[in-house]
Design a protein around this ligand. Structure first.
Ligand SMILES: [Fe+2]
Length: 189
């Protein structure tokens, strides 16, 4: 923690003039800024953020695992385009997971992305094991994406009046998955 020690004669980043060498981490506000009591959002709002965001993060992780399962197991004449499309969806899923998890952390809560926790708590059901025909992959991908959107939208409604910043984050995530849903469905017509 060398960055927390002041340099004689200079001002520390917390504004105090350094008159003797001391560990500023004990008094500096910098490290405290990470503590929930200094968060810009109130305690009640932070709690609500956590209860809304953790299930969304859980379902996004389970959804992503299913998308990859389909990506690996697809076969049929439309293999290549759907195989690649599923990886585009997966990339957006990873980004969404990270955004939601870090929003939970910003709220002073610990995001839980462990395999055991996700397995026990997700509402997204696993796709069948084994190789799956391309038309069936589209059907399953469409169903799972539809479920995910429904779950995020219903939880999103709980945060709209509590934290508009979080709501906007979720709006952007839903928009991406609704676009993916449309693209999946368009191929099934
Ligand atoms: Fe791959």
């Amino acid at each position: 923690m060398s960055g927390s020690f002041c340099i004689l004669g200079l001002r520390h980043k917390n504004g105090r003039l350094c008159v003797k060498v001391e560990d500023m981490s004990k008094t500096a506000a910098t490290s405290d800024l990470l503590q929930p009591k200094f968060a810009v959002v109130g305690a009640k709002e932070r709690e609500k953020n956590h209860t809304v965001l953790q299930p969304i993060m859980t379902d996004l992780i389970a959804y992503g695992a299913n998308v990859k399962q389909l990506h690996w197991n697809i076969f049929g004449p439309h293999f290549r385009s759907i195989h690649l499309q599923l990886d585009e969806i997966y990339a957006d899923t990873l980004e969404a997971i990270d955004t939601v998890a870090e929003r939970i952390t910003q709220m002073g809560h610990s995001p839980n992305g462990t395999v055991a926790f996700v397995g026990e708590n997700t509402e997204i059901k696993d796709v069948p094991e084994g190789f799956i025909k391309d038309t069936e992959v589209l059907l399953l991908a469409g169903q799972r994406t539809h479920e995910l959107i429904g779950l995020i939208r219903s939880r999103m409604a709980e945060i709209e009046d509590v934290d508009t910043v979080t709501a906007d984050i979720l709006h952007a995530i839903v928009e991406k998955f609704e676009k993916h849903h449309w693209m999946i469905q368009a191929q099934r017509a």
